[in-house]
Design a protein around this ligand. Structure first.
Ligand code: PMP
Length: 454
């Protein structure tokens, strides 16, 4: 029993009358963005809870697609936003340096710099923009054109980014021509090992496939970069085998290919380290040349960053730019977010830092989901690190069961848990990193009941 913990409040069937009125207006295609089937209209947030205009309160296990690391209105973040907004909201970083962004750049590189190495930063507004910048830089720096990406990947919806994206064909159909000189290779998914491999050998099989391409159809000296999510997000919250990234690093080094890690979804503390690739450091050198980050960086204000080694960031001033990129209010929100993530400022009830909390609470959720897996054979796989957890639904013969996943997702929603799908048949658990163990247990109990109802 959890006497002191809030639970979802469902006053009305969803949507309630006020929510329905808002949905009816959006339903007339006023905005072409909204596509969720869930009839929930957020009115205000508090911690990991979101309330609609009819007074229904939901527990949040999706965090605005892995964005709201500190919840929806953390007082420390709100204060930083207010203070910066009162100074100035925009000047334009392309023309005038600003303390808030300079210190943010200094801070971000400290999370990745190793001895004897310097990094530089480009600020944008979204994940896709960071990815575009990474690709432009890689081509520009190497003088090569080809980019290798992975099947199942997601890198954004702008032209370069959809070309790199390796998941649903609907992202590309009817939008071409896309960027030339991009190839996709399988992602080493231990649950669905590609190329006839096993969970243990899938990383090596992918690397052998890349080497085969290098010998036959793709001269490696024409490849500028290999871009990969160190843990794949939209593709299904997939963790590759531990040895894969160090070996990929070595293969890229052998051919002078830049390694880009897209940390937009798994980065910013979500897996329990600042960046998900750092989970693999114990298995060898995994230092990339370029890192993209966005989503959780500023608790929901639009900001992204592309970090590159100084030796790679050979752009002249003005080679690339963005009017809003590195907006000072978003940068102030990023500072406050990082304060909480790295423990400079403590969040009550979350241990020494939110990263630490993500690791701890994530371990608990993962263990509990593995217990549930024993009871529900349709849970084919439960995997993840920290608060980056995937729950894969399967048919009795082990095939992805997207329909059952959708029913499970709906059953959780109807019991007051906001959740989000990914991949073919996966529910992702990607809550704010301020989630306490008690709140996690409320969500888990809803999941148990929802799964039992199927
Ligand atoms: N890269 C990854 C790994 C992502 O998950 C996403 C968004 N889901 C993006 C890039 C694109 O980010 P944005 O929507 O901010 O452009």
């Amino acid at each position: 029993t959890l006497p002191d913990t809030r639970r979802p409040v469902l006053n009305t069937a969803l949507p309630g009358p006020k929510s329905a009125a808002i949905m009816a207006r959006d339903g007339q295609q006023l905005s072409t963005s909204y596509m969720r089937p869930y009839p929930f209209v957020p009115d205000h947030g508090e911690g990991v809870w979101l309330t609609d205009p009819d007074g229904n309160t939901m527990l949040d296990f999706f965090a605005g697609i892995a964005v709201s690391t500190t919840g929806y209105n953390h007082p420390h973040v709100v204060k930083a936003i207010q203070e910066q907004a009162a100074k100035f909201m925009h000047v334009c970083l392309t023309d005038y340096p600003q303390e808030v962004t300079t210190s943010l750049a200094e801070r971000l590189v400290k999370y990745v710099e190793q001895p004897g190495e310097k990094w530089r930063v480009f600020f944008g507004n979204s994940g896709a923009e960071a990815v575009e910048a990474a690709v432009k830089l890689a081509r520009n720096h190497t003088g090569r054109t080809h980019i290798i990406s992975t099947i199942g990947s997601f890198h954004g919806r702008t032209y370069g980014a959809i070309t790199l994206t390796g998941s649903k064909t609907k992202y590309k159909r009817g939008f071409g021509p896309l960027l030339p000189n991009v190839s996709h290779v399988p992602y080493p998914n231990p649950f669905r090992p590609p190329l006839g491999s096993t969970p243990e050998t899938c990383g090596d099989a992918v690397l052998a496939h890349v080497e085969m391409l290098f010998k036959t159809v793709l001269p490696p000296d024409e490849v500028a970069a290999f871009i990969i999510e160190p843990m794949q997000g939209e593709g299904g919250y997939i963790v590759p085998p531990a040895s894969f990234l160090p070996k990929l690093r070595a293969l890229c080094d052998q051919h002078g290919i830049l390694l880009i890690f897209d940390e937009v979804q798994a980065g910013m503390g979500r897996t329990g380290r600042m960046f998900s690739f750092q989970q693999f450091e114990q298995y060898g050198n995994v230092q990339p040349d370029i890192i993209t980050m966005a989503k959780g960086i500023a608790s929901g204000l639009p900001l992204s960053a592309m970090l590159a080694k100084e030796s790679v960031m050979t752009w002249a001033p003005g080679s690339h730019g963005s009017t809003f990129g590195g907006n000072p209010v978003a940068a102030a929100a990023a500072h406050a977010t990082l304060d909480l993530l790295d423990g400079t400022v403590r969040h009550p009830g979350c241990g020494e830092s939110l990263m630490h909390n993500a690791a701890e609470v994530g371990r608990y959720i993962l263990a509990e989901l593995r217990v549930m897996q024993q009871h529900f054979p349709f849970l084919g796989d439960v995997r993840g690190e920290g608060l980056f957890i995937g729950l894969e639904f399967v048919t009795p013969d082990g095939q992805p069961d997207g329909k059952l996943r959708d029913r499970a997702s709906q059953a959780m929603f109807e019991r007051g848990l906001l959740n989000l799908d990914c991949g073919e048949s996966v529910i992702r658990v990607s809550p704010p990193l301020i989630l306490t163990r008690e709140e996690a247990e409320v969500g888990l109990q809803i999941m148990r009941e929802a799964l039992a109802s199927l």
